[in-house]
Design a protein around this ligand. Structure first.
Ligand code: HEM
Ligand code: HEM
Length: 174
């Protein structure tokens, strides 16, 4: 495969937009200094949005697993080819693990997740060890995604501006 089809491009940019927004939303909830009464309705929206993103994530990662990745645009040094494969796999893993860890946290926190009045994901009675583990996983995966994303965006810009190849263009236009 030499480029990304329309579905892949739509999947990529839709996920990119929504996941960056969710990361910002999550960090604001965690470090924005909100009092609990202000925080709770926002947290409910974060959880509901996250559940919908799990559906998008399953589709997006499944589609890539079936189709495979496109080959590099031109000949790359071996380390760059390796770095690109590894970082794309890490990004896809984070796309799945973010909502999965969030949902695990929600289910074991004892509070059901109402998804915009469409349906509700029930919770079990609170299990402290699971809450601590899932909260830690949600945080660590968020940091991993943020750092990998910074490298990913820098690499995309380097391909476009320094190497002046079609790496960014093929994700935009095919
Ligand atoms: C402004 C932000 C972003 C830019 C400029 C960007 C750019 C790109 C480009 C140019 C490619 C093609 C690489 C190639 O042809 O080998 C790509 C692929 C990829 N990007 Fe991004 N990206 C961004 C955000 C994101 C985000 C937020 C995620 C995940 C949450 C992500 C995940 C991926 C993955 C997994 C691939 C491999 C192909 C695929 O499955 O879509 N990207 N990105
Ligand atoms: C889909 C992608 C998601 C992203 C990118 C995301 C991102 C984040 C981030 C960055 C934080 C702050 C972490 C920290 O540094 O402490 C956070 C917190 C949180 N997220 Fe998510 N989240 C997602 C999905 C979900 C889902 C599906 C749920 C539950 C149904 C959820 C529930 C929570 C909760 C409860 C917190 C607060 C954790 C605490 O009490 O400290 N998230 N999220």
């Amino acid at each position: 495969m030499t480029t990304y089809d329309r579905i892949s491009r739509l999947n990529h940019w839709l996920t990119a937009l929504l996941f960056v927004a969710m990361l910002g939303f999550g960090y604001f909830l965690a470090y924005g200094g909100l009092a609990l009464p202000e925080k709770l309705p926002l947290l409910n929206n974060h959880k509901a949005m996250g559940v919908l993103l799990l559906i998008l994530a399953l589709w997006r990662v499944g589609y890539r697993m079936i189709q495979g990745f496109a080959e590099p645009v031109g000949a790359l040094p071996a380390w760059q080819e390796r770095a690109s494969t590894v970082s794309h796999k890490v990004l896809l893993a984070c796309v799945l693990l973010m909502p999965v860890s969030g949902l695990t946290l929600a289910v074991f926190s004892g509070i059901p997740t109402n998804v915009f009045g469409l349906f509700t994901i029930p919770a079990v009675e609170k299990v402290d060890a699971m809450v601590i583990g899932a909260r830690m996983a949600h945080k660590i995966v968020a940091y991993l995604l943020t750092i990998t994303l910074a490298v990913h965006i820098a690499a995309a810009l380097k391909h476009h501006l320094v190497d002046q190849d079609r790496t960014l263009l093929r994700m935009l236009k095919g």
